[in-house]
Design a protein around this ligand. Structure first.
Ligand code: ASP
Length: 462
């Protein structure tokens, strides 16, 4: 091992401090500063990082940078190079178990820390995923394929089509369930796209991700994977679902309908919520408990409708006070064919936008209204603003979520350029993207919200 590896990435003051206390990368240490003590493993640093900090992986799994010039002492307890790579394992075959296909697209669930750059990179193949969660063999025969290896901000129409076509092939081959490993950030966009591109599936299509990578003790990767594979193998829900933590604890996962789900927290593991409805089911390692009965049921045939036609020239405009019409005008000038507005309240924008909206209609551009509040319906008959906008051709989309309306509009414009036909497609629900009413208990109940709020309040209520 070269000297470079022993101090990998450290330079300047940080390197001097390590040398002074004879500490090396991968040493298990206690660092004492003027006012604190940190216990953990010294991590390598990237070539581009600063020379001021020593980075530790704490026992909690979090990384922390300790300012080198505050270090008073470093106690060393040992040294062991960590290997976060998990070996690929061939899945054991059991003829009586169902066949499930895991299609990987990337994201944190397929990631580990790259200590050269310090970033989380997509590095696990689905085979490695199995290597880290051998319990999956108790559930099914798992076949894996790495279709993409990207963070989900890089997923878009091209990849949605790729995933939809891959699903079609697998169903034709006769798999009993499909799991899609995906980054969480845009999982709800892909879930919506698949809900329109893949219709009447005979088997469950379960999207899964994780908020914390598998090298962290608080990772949700393994449990989410077990829940999703169990759902794909055993449940009778033949829909596009998102399977992620229900409450913040690891009590159970929730299965959300692909058109009603949204990522709602940037870091909680329980980030996905069904909006304006109740989730389809709960899933634990032992069982799947439906929370509703109106889902499409599993069938034994291999028939599925794959329709991936998609118009990419669609945009979503999040209205803000004082928005200027040039935002809408630039979309018109750049050849966009569809615009989804996330309006305020019941679905409003300011008056200065009206002429641009009229211009959009005159240019045969489909303009749809959704609400920023996420919960509740667009209601454009209540105020003058709404009525005026409908006269300008803006179409209300009931309780379709803004991202879902964006994806559906791209898909609808992929089917036809006839604006009236597009309207028919947009307003006819395909899989729960518009519902007749929002259940009064659908706000948070069944989603870990209420019990947690109660527990929190009871601690403070004396
Ligand atoms: N940035 C990641 C992604 O969406 C986050 C995750 O996977 O949870 O790909």
């Amino acid at each position: 091992m070269t000297n470079n590896d022993l101090y990998k990435g450290y330079k300047g003051g940080a390197l001097e401090t390590l040398k002074k206390f004879e500490a090396l990368v991968w040493c298990d240490v206690e660092i004492i500063t003027g006012d604190a003590m940190f216990k953990g493993i010294i991590l390598p640093r990237s070539e581009t990082s600063d020379h001021l900090h020593i980075v530790l992986k704490l026992i909690s799994g979090y990384n922390i940078g300790v300012a080198a010039d505050t270090v008073k002492n470093i106690k060393i307890f040992g040294r062991k190079e960590a290997h976060y790579k998990i070996p690929e394992k061939a899945f054991p075959y059991d003829p009586v178990k169902p066949r499930v296909k895991l299609i990987g697209t990337g994201g944190t669930i397929a990631s580990r820390l790259d200590y050269r750059t310090g970033a989380v990179i997509p590095a696990f193949t689905p085979g490695e995923l199995y290597g880290s969660v051998p319990e999956l063999a108790d559930i099914c025969n798992l076949e894996t394929e790495k279709l993409y290896g990207v963070f989900s901000e890089n997923m878009g129409p091209e990849q949605w089509m790729g995933v939809a076509n891959a699903i079609g092939k697998e169903i034709e081959k006769g798999v009993q369930g499909i799991v899609i490993g995906h980054g969480t950030d845009t999982m709800h966009h892909t879930a919506a796209a698949l809900s329109f591109m893949v219709q009447d599936s005979p088997v469950p299509i379960v999207m899964v991700g994780s908020q914390r990578s598998s090298d962290r003790p608080s990772s949700d990767a393994a449990l989410n994977l077990m829940h999703s594979v169990k759902t794909a193998a055993e449940s009778d829900i033949a829909e596009v679902l998102v399977c992620m933590f229900g409450p913040t604890s690891d009590d159970y996962g929730l299965l959300h309908r692909g058109t009603r789900v949204r990522k709602m927290h940037s870091s909680y593991r329980s980030t996905f919520r069904t909006i304006g409805d109740i989730p389809v089911a709960m899933v634990s390692r032992e069982k799947i408990t439906p929370l509703r009965t109106d889902y499409k049921k599993r069938r034994t045939d291999n028939n599925v409708k794959i329709n991936t036609a998609f118009e990419e020239m669609v945009s979503i405009v999040y209205y803000y006070p004082n928005m200027k019409p040039d935002i809408v005008d630039s979309l018109i000038d750049n050849g966009y064919k569809g615009i989804v507005i996330a309006g305020t309240g019941l679905g409003h924008v300011n008056k200065p936008l009206y002429p641009a909206l009229k211009r959009a209609r005159d240019n045969n551009i489909a303009v749809y209204m959704t609400v920023q509040t996420l919960w509740g319906y667009v209601q454009m008959y209540v105020y003058d603003t709404g009525r005026d906008m409908m006269e300008l051709g803006v179409v209300p989309t009931a309780n379709m979520l803004p991202e879902v309306a964006y994806v559906k509009l791209g898909w609808a414009l992929g089917q036809t350029s006839d604006i009236e036909e597009v309207k028919k497609i947009m307003l006819t629900p395909i899989n729960g993207e518009i519902t007749e009413r929002e259940p009064s208990n659908g706000y948070l109940i069944y989603q870990g919200g209420i019990p947690e709020v109660e527990a929190f309040i009871s601690k403070h209520r004396k």
